[in-house]
Write a protein that binds this ligand. Structure first.
Ligand SMILES: CC(=O)N[C@H]1[C@@H](OP(=O)(O)OP(=O)(O)OC[C@H]2O[C@@H](n3ccc(=O)[nH]c3=O)[C@H](O)[C@@H]2O)O[C@H](CO)[C@@H](O)[C@@H]1O[C@H](C)C(=O)N[C@@H](C)C(=O)N[C@H](CCC(=O)O)C(=O)O
Ligand SMILES: Nc1ncnc2c1ncn2[C@@H]1O[C@H](COP(=O)(O)OP(=O)(O)OP(=O)(O)O)[C@@H](O)[C@H]1O
Length: 490
């Protein structure tokens, strides 16, 4: 591709360009170390380091042109732009010939439920005989090949490249607020924009919840002309978003508990199997969904409404939902030989914790126990609310390590003690080693108890712990295996 084509795609993001050369570009890179001869290098002012420092390295590696924000004179064509991340998205989209135009693209945003809704949608689409790529926290799946994700929402370059590679008819991608602020979906064109919910999270990155919400609304700047929004209106933020979108003439399909919505949720039963009714167009569809909890009713309903708008028949969706296999590390159950139920879940907000603990109560747990912690260097303001929620809704809770992210063990241990005293009525235990906290619960588990281990989901531990395991699920399976062995020997 020629540089003039990139210039065209950049449009108003160009601040200054005064070179007539029009080299052929063989690739695009945002990391100087990956630049090969003929590539366009985009210098990004990062949170850790300034990519402009590596322009020389990129040129030494053979870069044919450079995009950046600084005022510079280079021996090769240099395009000065207002925002390099935005320029990267536009350039990458042009380089891969706007791949999102060849697929039906569904963006999913919101605080909680993005991964679950994406998985449910992919399951419904596949059950209807359609192929679907998925980009999100747990994995990137393209043409049925699974890749380990770098971020929930990949960077602009990766998104365009992955969608270009995709031969799938549909692409579902999770869109985080970080991604929106960082223009990672710039150059993408969405057919559907889904909103799950908004609650307190990421206030280390966003100065206020209003700023966090505004970031979420940015997703709707990337809709195709015929695109539409599908919004859960179960809280104030969904209502607010709908008004904003309607004012922008973006069609909005909504779900909620009232008749005014396109989809109405009715008659929820959460003990045993999850059952509820969906009312659409005057017809009631009784649904059974294997994943427990009210939050999963909302997730299934949002996927249902979207799938109907895509053109899948409600009866086919109803059948597909019955066989949803779940998402790794989202309310995953492991049974204990004494009749207790252990749950591994990814809850890391107050809301998510409440939904999970409530789900255990709905299942008539004789006792609800909760094991959780906090990521180092991430939104500290949500911790007290998480502890208060756990103290209010569990019979016992244990605070333990989550990812430390560079925080010292001592500092986090003190923080856990302090949170327990100040917000947990000092009724919690602190067992810093996560595997030992789980072992303690395993060894004391009684019939009918539900023990929820939240925060890590399927993710691997970043720290070395006492037991030789790398995830919460693996720790539980290890304890189960050891117990069986002891029984056989004993
Ligand atoms: C704080 C943050 O969001 N950082 C994101 C950001 O990285 P950055 O700006 O810090 O990058 P940097 O390390 O400073 O490097 C700047 C530039 O120099 C370049 N460089 C660097 C070294 C070199 O030798 N040569 C060179 O060219 C780099 O390639 C880069 O282009 O841009 C990167 C590319 O898009 C992201 O991968 C990275 O996400 C980091 C890993 C991260 O942890 N982000 C989290 C907060 C995040 O985004 N989370 C959301 C999900 C949130 C949720 O819902 O839970 C997500 O979407 O993942
Ligand atoms: N609709 C929902 N409302 C509230 N909480 C939810 C909802 N769906 C899931 N949860 C809770 O949030 C956790 C994370 O769910 P999920 O991975 O689907 O969300 P996410 O938005 O993708 O989160 P992340 O971006 O952090 O990966 C679940 O493990 C569950 O505890």
């Amino acid at each position: 591709m020629r540089l003039t084509k990139v210039l065209e795609a950049l449009g108003g993001s160009v601040k200054k360009y005064k070179n007539d050369a029009d080299p052929v570009l063989t690739g695009i890179q945002m990391d100087s170390r990956k630049v090969k001869p003929g590539d366009l290098f985009v210098a990004i002012k990062g949170f850790q380091i300034d990519g402009h420092k590596f322009i020389t390295q990129a040129m030494d590696n053979g870069a044919a042109a450079v995009i950046g924000e600084n005022e510079l004179e280079l021996e090769i064509p240099y395009i000065q732009v207002f925002d390099s991340r935005q320029a990267l998205g536009r350039a990458a989209s042009a380089f891969y010939d706007h791949p999102s135009r060849n697929h039906t693209v569904i963006g999913v945003t919101g605080t909680n439920g993005k991964t679950t809704v994406s998985y449910i949608l992919r399951h419904i689409l596949e059950s209807a005989g359609k192929s679907c790529s998925l980009l999100g926290t747990v994995s990137y799946i393209i043409n049925n090949e699974v890749y380990k994700p770098s971020n929930t929402t990949p960077d602009a370059l990766q998104i365009q490249e992955l969608i270009y590679k995709s031969k799938d008819e549909f692409v579902v991608l999770e869109v985080s607020s970080h991604a929106l602020k960082q223009y990672r979906i710039e150059g993408l064109e969405l057919d559907y924009g889904l909103f799950t919910n908004l609650s307190h999270d990421h206030l280390d990155y966003h100065p206020t919840i209003e700023d966090y919400f505004e970031a979420k609304t940015l997703m709707y700047n990337y809709m195709k002309k015929e695109g539409s929004a599908v919004v859960s209106r179960l809280g104030e933020w969904g209502d607010k978003l709908s008004s904003i979108l309607r004012a922008k003439d973006i069609p909005v399909y909504s779900l909620g508990y009232d008749d005014c919505h396109d989809l109405k949720i009715e008659d929820i039963k959460l003990n045993g199997e999850t059952r509820f009714d969906i009312k659409m167009g005057g017809i009631t569809y009784p649904l059974t969904f294997p994943s427990p909890g009210l939050h999963n009713v909302y997730n299934a309903a949002l996927a249902f409404l979207t799938a109907v708008k895509i053109g899948i028949s409600p009866d086919a969706i109803t059948e597909a939902l019955k066989t949803f296999p779940g998402v790794p590390g989202r309310f995953e159950m492991i049974s204990h030989p004494e009749g207790a139920t252990f749950i591994v879940d990814y809850a890391h907000t107050k809301d998510a914790i409440e939904y999970c603990l409530q789900a255990a109560h709905e299942h008539e747990a004789v006792k609800v126990k909760h094991i959780f912690g906090f990521r180092g260097e991430r939104d500290k303001t949500k911790r007290e609310h998480m502890v208060k929620a756990s103290a209010a809704m569990s019979d016992e809770f244990t605070l333990t390590f989550d990812d430390l992210n560079g925080i010292s063990e001592d500092e986090m241990a003190k923080e856990l003690q302090d949170l327990n005293v100040r917000f947990g009525k000092n009724k919690g235990k602190v067992i810093t080693d996560r595997t030992l906290a789980i072992q303690n619960a395993w060894e004391n588990a009684q019939s009918g108890e539900w023990i929820l281990i939240t925060g890590k989901g399927p993710e691997e531990y970043q720290s070395m712990y006492e037991l030789p395991t790398t995830t919460d699920k693996e720790t539980l399976l290890y304890l189960k295996k050891m117990q069986n062995k002891e029984k056989i020997i004993g």
